[in-house]
Design a protein. Structure first.
Length: 204
């Protein structure tokens, strides 16, 4: 995995996993300080005993054999996999915005009728119960459909059109993440909520 694609798990002060960010963003957080000089976040050493390190201390660590490394200005650095906020102890509730992108994400870019995975351009949104029959524009009544299925179904319900939905559309939980990034050291902090950790938008 290239450094640009590396992800870092973020824990709050109480060791709860709260987000996943790019390596670049994680390093910025570790470099940030409060007005009294305390670092905003520290790097957790998952290989050893979960000690936390400031950036300065981290640069003095020697990489373990077989460990993935990155080149610093004058040294070889271990790549942080987990960071922890030093003061922040909340678990932010993130709202899932209702928009085309989140519906595509929820349905995994897969037509909910023929089950084919397609590029976004070949997909459209379908009202399960069509608008002309009183169907609402809600999480529970909108699915992703390919253009073929969408035009075949037209202004009919799946039943009327003799088509079957892959699954019942639902509103996603408040936090959801369906990426496939899995770093072994994270498992120690992620129980069953693994799939509910939101992958933070790197622009945010
Ligand atoms: Zn289809």
């Amino acid at each position: 995995m290239s450094l640009a694609n590396r992800k870092v798990l973020v824990l709050n002060k109480s060791w709860q996993a709260i987000s996943v960010v790019s390596l670049e963003k994680a390093l910025k957080k570790v470099a940030g300080t409060y007005s009294d000089g305390t670092p905003k976040a520290k790097i957790i050493d998952c290989v050893n005993d979960f000690r936390s390190f400031t950036w300065q201390d981290w640069t003095e660590l020697k990489p373990e054999i077989n460990e993935s490394c990155m080149k610093g200005v004058s040294c070889i650095l271990r790549i942080p996999e987990v960071i922890q906020y030093t003061r922040y102890d909340k678990v932010p509730k993130k709202k899932v915005h209702y928009n085309r992108r989140t519906i595509y994400k929820r349905d995994n870019n897969t037509c909910q009728y023929c089950q084919k995975m397609k590029n976004s351009e070949e997909l459209s949104l379908d009202h399960v119960v069509p608008k002309c029959q009183g169907g609402l524009t809600t999480w529970e009544n909108i699915v992703v459909a390919c253009t073929d299925c969408n035009s075949k179904k037209a202004g009919r319900t799946p039943k009327q059109a003799g088509m079957k939905l892959l699954r019942k559309p639902m509103k996603p939980k408040s936090n959801f993440f369906t990426g496939d990034i899995r770093i072994e050291s994270w498992s120690q902090f992620l129980g069953e909520n693994y799939w509910s950790i939101e992958l933070e938008n790197d622009n945010s």
